[in-house]
Design a protein around this ligand. Sequence first.
Ligand code: PBG
Length: 331
Amino acid sequence: MRNLIERPRRNRRSEGVRELVRENRLHASDLILPVFFHEDDEDTPIASMPGCTRWSLSGLIKEAREAFELGIRGIVLFPKIEEQLKSPDCAECYAQDGLVPRAIRMLKEELPELLVFTDVALDPYNTDGHDGLVVRNGQGQLEILNDETVAILQKQALCHARAGADVVAPSDMMDGRIEAIRETLDQDGHHSVGICSYTAKYASAFYGPFRGALDSAPKEGDKKTYQMDPGNIREALRELALDEAEGADMVMVKPAGPYLDVIKAVRESTTLPVAAYQVSGEYLMIQAATEGGWLDRKAIVQESLLGIKRAGADIILTYFAKEVAAWLRGS
Ligand code: PBG
């Protein structure tokens, strides 16, 4: 035997020592569960996201209770809006008796301690499927209006806050929306309603299954004039500086797995909590590869999330949240 001074394997030799020196761990309380729901009384399996369900309102409450009992602190709401309620001006997104405010009120009544996050963006309400208001310019091309959209997002965020949302999460990527929403919330007395900004949201093909779940894909064109270019990272820091100056309480990177470098850069550049969203396409790849037993689901899911934490995320939005929380409990 050689007398090696350094033997890193000493710190790996038993489960006890490995646990002792482990640098990052998953906790149920780091996770946020995204939930889909609709007006129907039926709980419907989502064809584009096998294993996920579009809940009725009563199914949503049941799902939220199960998540809460597993130690998950927050859920984020994604409504499927009925076709006849969609319009070019997206007025349904701030209707006080709409599906989202009703869901918030029920959730806060049944589970007051569960944090309710809401998505602030127009796509589920828009006949065009875009996150902002759409006009056709002189050359016949689609244009997504910025400031006009922000004015609607302010009403949408206010509607959610009035219904009792804990945190509003603007996912639209319009310029200046964080400041505008903060101002609107404060003017109406909602000083303690938080804003979790989708700070670096990329124009990603990984959102495909989500758009299938809500029937919210753009009817024409893509989202590249507002969501970020996948080649960019400095631009994420520019967005971060703006969101901090505009009053965001939490910042998010999305997608997560293919953007670990962005999570790390954002983590190193801010003192705010950093969230990362393991999106529908990331879910689907793991789901598909584990369904037939090709990969070990429990190990792969946890490793994928641990990578996101190690990169610097404090909070992870994941469709696996309940499953992981149950594993962490040992069931
Ligand atoms: C809507 C929104 C999207 C997602 C979250 N909020 C879709 C999009 O921007 O097209 C994607 C989430 C996922 O894919 O899991 N603004």
